[in-house]
Design a protein around this ligand. Structure first.
Ligand code: NAP
Length: 327
């Protein structure tokens, strides 16, 4: 069974590996496989499932499919689960179909609850910072989500450090304790570390759940020799672009060589690395098949990475600030 870690200074414990439904759970995907992944994840101790309003495609279909699977297979276990959703990315047409207004966040949360057929979610996130809406308005929507019983806790995703600090202070002023922060974070994308975000979160007693710890699959062996058919980079609905893979290929090969020298697959190296970093509560992985899910869970049996291995990884892929916050 998977170990759980306390999420900051809170009562919530999250599994070291959580499952995200960004890709592979939409109406375009293999739904029997999606159902098998969710069942197997839960059977193996993954108690946290991460969603957002726009996951699919089409947008909303991952929440609808998750709701169906939950009610079919796992309804009796709802209280054992932490289910999160988010609002902020483009979801519907018109001026309030995205970003950080109260109008968008609270309408979107109601839509998410209806799609999943749930009375509340455990965590509701502001999915991205909005440069134009006053931060106070966005935080007031998160506070209302909790005060109205639609969410038990709130989180923030992808906020740069100064905005995160202001958001946390606003929420506390409204009597709502921010539970968790969700950044992209992997060996290939270390900007939260370069900005000192994890150190600050730890100090503040806020947990961090890092997304795309496998850099959307780039930190597996699949892209060492090119772009295989069926991979995320090869699929039209996949968010990973071929150019992103090619830009990272030299680093991928060097990291693959380190993993080989340790007798472990690259994805185990990547997951062990993420879980060893300061302030990380959980890593949210994606998976396309049950086999991939099991392969990733096996990383939890891999040995801790020694300081000389961490130094070799730092040499290949140092922590650097990034202008662009996506994985
Ligand atoms: N807050 C945000 O803005 C945000 C943004 C992005 C993601 N997220 C969250 O983070 C979750 C995870 O993101 P992610 O899917 O990018 O995570 P990831 O774990 O970095 O990448 C997952 C992908 O890597 C490949 N893969 C995984 N395990 C593999 C294995 N053992 N062997 C070979 N290939 C493997 C699969 O792609 P193939 O199709 O190539 O096999 C899989 O879909 C999302 O579902 C979402 O919940 C949040």
């Amino acid at each position: 069974m998977i170990a759980h870690r306390r999420c900051g200074r809170s009562g919530i414990l999250l599994p070291e590996i959580s499952l995200g439904l960004w890709h592979n759970f939409g109406d375009v995907d293999d739904l029997p496989e999606a159902r098998a992944m969710i069942r197997s994840a839960f059977e193996n101790g993954i108690t946290h499932f991460d969603l957002a309003n726009n996951y699919g495609p089409p947008p909303g279909s991952a929440e609808k499919n998750f709701g169906t699977i939950l009610h079919q297979d796992l309804a009796a276990h709802r209280d054992e689960m932490i289910i999160s959703t988010k609002a902020g990315h483009l979801m519907w047409p018109g001026p309030h179909g995205e970003w950080g207004s109260r109008k968008h966040l609270l309408a979107s949360l109601d839509q998410s609850l209806a799609r999943m057929r749930l009375p509340y979610v455990d965590i509701f996130y502001s999915h991205r910072p909005d440069p134009d809406t006053p931060l106070e308005e966005t935080m007031s929507a998160l506070a209302t989500a909790v005060q109205s019983g639609r969410a038990l806790y709130v989180g923030l995703s992808k906020y740069p450090l100064p905005m995160l600090q202001e958001a946390v202070s606003l929420l506390r002023g409204m009597g709502v304790r921010p539970l968790i922060y969700q950044p992209p974070y992997s060996i290939l994308n270390r900007w939260p570390e370069a900005e000192g975000i994890h150190a600050w979160l730890e100090e503040q007693g806020i947990g961090s759940i890092v997304f795309s710890p496998l850099a959307q699959g780039m930190l597996t062996s699949k892209y060492v020799h090119g772009i295989p058919v069926g991979s995320r980079a090869a699929r039209p609905e996949g968010f990973l672009q071929e150019a992103q893979v090619l830009a990272q290929q030299e680093k991928i090969r060097a990291l693959h060589a380190i993993a080989e020298s340790l007798g472990m697959p690259l994805h185990h190296l990547a997951l062990r690395w993420a879980l060893q970093q300061q302030g990380v509560t959980s890593a949210i992985i994606g998976a396309r098949t049950v086999d991939q899910l099991h392969d990733n869970l096996a990383a939890l049996q891999a040995p801790t990475l020694e300081p000389e291995v961490l130094a070799a990884i730092d040499h290949i892929a140092p922590a650097q600030r990034k202008a662009h916050a996506e994985a």
